[in-house]
Ligand binder design. Sequence first.
Ligand code: GLT
Ligand code: MN
Ligand code: MN
Length: 383
Amino acid sequence: MTAPATPLPTPADKFTFGLWTVGNPGRDPFGEPTRSALSPAEIVDLLGEAGGVLGVNFHDNDLVPIDAAPAEASSIKAEFRAALDRTGLRVCMATVNLFSDPVFRDGGFTSNDADVRAYAIHKALHAMDLGAEFGADMFVLWGGREGVETDAAKDPVLSLDRYRDAINTLVRYNADKGFGYRFALEPKPNEPRGHIFLPTIGHCLAFIHSLDDPSVVGVNPEVAHEQMAGLNFSHAVAMALWSKKLFHIDLNDQAGGRYDQDFRFGSENPKSAFFLVKLLEDHAWSGFRHFDSHAYRTSDRADVVEFAKGSMRTYIALREAAKRWNADGRVRELLAQINAHASGPQLDAAALHARTFDRAALASRALPYEALDQRTVEIIMGA
Ligand code: GLT
Ligand code: MN
Ligand code: MN
């Protein structure tokens, strides 16, 4: 049996990459870079080479260094724009770096220092200007430094007030300027802080309802981040979908609850990646599929191109597998058996109170989940 052909990626697939992902030079906490740094324009060209990519995303300082003089900023922007024009890529999402500079050593929006909090908001407003200049309409907020190592440092309730006030300010600026951004909060439980505020999707969803205008704020779940918290990523995404708050997604992979590995999507847990893709496709989710991952530190530029291609190929292969799963005769037969009693009358307390049940009969209805899971694994493997 020959494996089914995997369609090539096209911009309609809405695949995007960050400048910091394919541009990652291979630095880690223990070692220096293993690849040479690429300019923003060179990164766009690399993505153009990968083929079928819709767009590129950036932090303010991925594009314009934090200390750049105005002339340097304009020439970087001009080169970047020329690269977008020659590759046909667009900017889909912008974000702000509130984690690299030492000024943010104790956080930005939740720093104990009012001047640092003010600077963080100022920097985010300027990052919104920059993203809007390139047509971005999605703004991600990853608060990697918003947290503590010791709970002696901050009152976490006060910190949430400060976090909320900062986001309210960005949302008001967005409305005043007519930028049309939607904001996506990205949780992570730890790293680089010992404990990060808003550690999971559930925390973010609850927090959003405290905002003055929750309508323009949603979430950006990242595979690795929920898995670091030991959670089922598809369930986190389902909660966001169910709440109509899945604004963006960061696709990558992770081997268990360790440091954030940002591996290529589907490279570590293809089965959970399958269920994620199936969930997004079954619910016709229309957002950007952003690969927030980087190539192994051992890769050279050519292998980084393979990494980018592979990320998209895996998504498409899993989407094709999900179609096969939905159409598969054996799957349908098993689902029909499993769901034979799935619908019932409307819930009514009086009727339920009075009803009698045959517990033994209910407990003996067939649930062939082993057979269903095995069939799933075989479909994923193309067996
Ligand atoms: C950083 C982090 C990512 C976030 C990026 C957006 S920055 O690379 O590890 O998960 O999505 O700020
Ligand atoms: Mn991310
Ligand atoms: Mn990550």
